[in-house]
Design a protein around this ligand. Sequence first.
Ligand code: PNS
Length: 158
Amino acid sequence: MIKAIYPGSFDPVTYGHLDVIKRSSKLVDELIVGVLNNNAKTPLFSAEERVRMLKEVTKDLPNVKIIPFEGLLVDFARKTGAKMVIRGLRAITDFEYELQMAQTNHKMEPEVETVFLTTSLEYSYLSSTTVKEVAAFGGDISQFVPPIVMENIEKKRK
Ligand code: PNS
């Protein structure tokens, strides 16, 4: 049984994340979407809100679970029994950070391997940060995020 974690901040989940979730859920038996609850960062959405939106947009994927985590990813992997971490690679600019993270994690827990999926071309430019910026200035984000996220961003703006 292959159990994998797709970790991230998901502040908020975008169609790019959803694309990686859908594609990776077909490669493994169980996919845990690990939502980082990091007190050091001030996210737009609380961990509970991010989890709720992720649950809504993945409700038709039976082998996908949404679980918040704090602390080290490798500790979360040990706790859940996942031996694989999945990350999406958009462009060369992602590579340095991702390589550093994968190698650090592998050093700390050699049992856990990081597997990269290249993001689909239509989402290779997309990030939660740019979505939040466009939304903050009243731009249309309907091509970037699912309707539930749009509604929640709209609520935050009011
Ligand atoms: O979506 P993001 O913000 O790029 O995701 C980054 C994430 C959550 C995968 C990364 O920050 C993480 O794993 N944080 C947990 C702390 C940790 O294990 N750090 C050591 C890795 S170098």
